[in-house]
Each structure stands twice: as C-alpha cells, then as structure tokens.
Design a protein around this ligand. Sequence first.
Ligand code: HEC
Ligand code: HEC
Length: 413
Amino acid sequence: MRLTILAAAVFGLFLALAVLLPLYYGGADTDRIWTDEEIRRMQNLRLSDYGVAAKNVSNELLYNRDAIELGERLFSDVGLSASGRVACATCHQPEYGYQDVNLATFRLDPSAPHRAPGLLGAALQDWFFWDGRADSLWSQSLASIENPSEHATSRLQAVKHMCAQYASAFPALLAPCRQVDLTNTPLHASPLTAKENWRKLSAAQQEGINKLFVKLGKSIAAFEAGLMPATSRFDLYVDAIATKNYARAATILNEKETAGLKLFLDAKVGCINCHYGAMFSNSGFFAIGSDDPNKPMRDRLNGVKLLLDSEFNCLNWNAPENCPKTLYVKQEGADLKGAYKTPSLRNLRYARAFMHDGRYKTLEEVIEHYQNPNILPPRHIDIRPAGLLPHQRKQLLSFLNTLGEEAPSEEIK
Ligand code: HEC
Ligand code: HEC
C-alpha cells in the first residue's frame, strides 16, 4: 500500500515537473531575448503621455472647441487658396496618415525642395519643416498659405474668406472679423506676396488682418494637435513584454520583426541614437549625407536664418522668456550644414517618398543609404555605415513596418 502511494507521489511529481519545467524555461527563454536595457529603450519608444500642451505653449486656442472645429474645416477648405483648388488636405491626406500619397507637392511644383511629411503626432515636435524654420505649429500653417507653391494666396484673401464663410458659425471666436474694416480693400495684400497693396492699408487694418491671420493659424494648429498616431503593433508588443506576457508578445511581432527591433535598439547600428522617444525622433537636426552639396541648401543652417527673420516666430508674439528655444537657438556651426530634422518613423506606410527632398522611393533605399552613407565631399557627417548584413536589412525593414496602423481597405485615390 505504502509503495503504491510512494509510486503515485513520485509519478505525480514527475508529471508536475514535466508540465511546469518547460513552461518555466520557455517563459524564461523568451524573457532572455531582451536585456533590461533593451526593455528600457523599447519603453522609451512606446506611445505615451503626449505632452502636446507643453509643446504648444504659444497657442491659447489649443483646447478651444470652436477653434478645433474651425481648424478642421479650414484644413480641407480650397477657398483658402488663390486657385480655389488647393487645401491642406490636398498634400496631407486625412485618410492616409496625412501623408502626401499622390505626391501632390511635386505635381504642383516639380522644383519644390522638400517633400510633405505626414502630420500624425506633428504637434509633439519642437520645430516644423525639414529645416525647422517655424517654431510653432500655428506659424507653420501661415507659411503654407502664403507659399507660392502651396496655397499661393495672401493673408488678406485668406482672412476675408475665413470671415465671410465662418464668422456666423463661430461668432465668439471670430468676433474680431467685425472689428476691422476691410471694405474697399483689394483681393490680395501681404508684406510677403502682395507688398504694394499691403503698404496702402492703414496701420489699423494691417494689425487687424495680422491678428485674424494668427487666429486662423492657431485654429488649424488646434485641430492638428489632436492628430495622434494610433497604437501600433510595436506598442502592443512593448506592453506585452513590460507585463511579462511573453506568449502574447510572440503573437504580436514575428521573429523577423523582433530581430529587426533588436537591431534598431542596438547602439552600434545607431538608429536609436537619433530616432528615440514616442515619435522615434529626437527633435534635432543632423547631417546624414542625404542631400546634394551642389544644390542650394535648404538645410538647418539656412532654416535658422529664416526662423529668426519670420514675423510669426515666437519672439514676435510672446514675451522672450516664453520662447527659450528660439531665443537661444544655435545659429552657426559646420554641424548645421546639410542637416535636416530627424523625422518620426511612425506611420511611414503611406509615404511615397523619403528624406527631406523625397530622393528615395522605398524604405529599402533608405536602409541602403544608412549602409553606405554619401560622405563625399568630406564634411561634417553624423552617421557612420550601419554595417548590416543583407538579411539584417530585411529584418530592420520588417520592424519599421510594424510602426503604422492597419490599412484602410479601399485603394489609394
Ligand atoms: C502643395 C502641398 C502642400 C499644401 C497645400 C500644404 N502643405 Fe504642409 N507641407 C508640405 C510640404 C512640402 C512640407 C515640407 C516643407 C518643408 O519642410 O520645407 C509641409 C510641411 C508641413 C508641416 C510640418 C510638418 C513637420 O513635421 O515639420 C505641417 C504641420 C503642415 N505642412 C501642415 C499644413 C497645413 C496646416 C496646411 C494648410 C494650411 C498645409 N500643410 C498645406 C506640402 C503642403
Ligand atoms: C545622426 C542621426 C540619425 C541616425 C543615427 C539615424 N537617422 Fe534616420 N534620419 C535622420 C535624419 C536627420 C533624417 C532626415 C534626413 C533628410 O531628410 O534628408 C532621417 C531619415 C530617416 C528615414 C526617412 C523618414 C522619412 O519620413 O523620410 C528613415 C526611414 C530613417 N531615417 C530610419 C533610420 C534607421 C533605420 C536608422 C538606423 C540604421 C537611422 N535612421 C539612423 C537622422 C538619423
């Protein structure tokens, strides 16, 4: 009898070990894929508390419901363009992560020096445009309206259009429309694009128009501030790893994608040195040999001059102590030459061209660039060859594709 009990106990123990040990070691094995440091790095890249308000200190309309709604309508309003055919949404298509899926920028102006980035999470940046020549989201949109390659209109036309179309729907927000007399003014006037007409306006008219123009920009920015990336497969994976749910993690990213993530986090490969934070961007400007040194530079060195000359920069509309990044901005140095803003790597799925000038059409080409950066002629450069084997380049590419949201079913228009 005792023997039977002993045998049963030994058998039971064996059974328990047979079931539990592989589970334990299986779990531990998955655990060991990642070091603590790698997990820390992953968590840094996880979509998190956005800090939109902290980045948009100069926009008091940020959470104003009327402004957000007006901004959304203005974003798709072709009436803000001289031709009556161009809206922000022409180049930043809402259904496609606000990317320029049709490369409308280059269709409208084949010599445009920069490609249009997507706008999800744009409000989290310190600087806008590839050269960072705008220090706020609101001043950025004003530049689009008076840019001859974009809306190609003047602030007077834009303000008149906004007041005529929207003042009755947003009486409180647009009350200043009634306070400035714009009767008998020409169609266009602007100190940038229609200088003669601008000079003929009274000082009170100029000031009134500028204030309304700023309100237009702040409303569009209030709308844009709500455009945030959706949780990607990568974020779900980080959640699963952080909660030690390895079985779930393995269903979210496959082996190839996980291997790509490992390469991405590896300081020797280098991506993480610049593409970190929830948007995969350190908000800085770097020279990675992605330009043509023989062409006129539209880089950070040039951008910082444009920023300081801009009538809508932070310093011209706020007390200097509220504009430290502009006040103390680095203006000179070999490191600013050929330098462009580190872009976000989220939601590149609809990007039809890459880098500031759209020189590459595929992510494969981008990875090839990092493999063999163009370092001639000798000049300041912030990257060294990534040193990836062919299969590793594919892994990295697979990983980059986990940073988007799921595709809508319809075809790209
Ligand atoms: C003709 C195409 C076109 C139109 C129209 C257009 N954009 Fe853009 N947008 C671009 C291009 C190109 C860039 C990059 C330009 C540069 O960096 O010099 C850009 C940059 C931006 C950026 C900066 C993003 C970043 O990460 O730095 C924002 C924000 C933006 N546009 C919003 C708007 C808004 C708002 C409007 C409407 C008022 C608008 N755009 C109209 C093509 C366009
Ligand atoms: C020294 C900083 C730095 C490092 C390191 C770096 N990048 Fe970049 N990355 C940039 C900058 C700056 C740009 C934009 C350059 C331009 O527009 O000409 C960029 C652009 C990109 C783009 C194009 C995005 C777009 O919207 O056009 C991708 C993709 C990218 N990097 C991925 C990577 C990967 C993968 C690695 C690692 C192999 C890496 N980067 C390493 C700074 C860096």
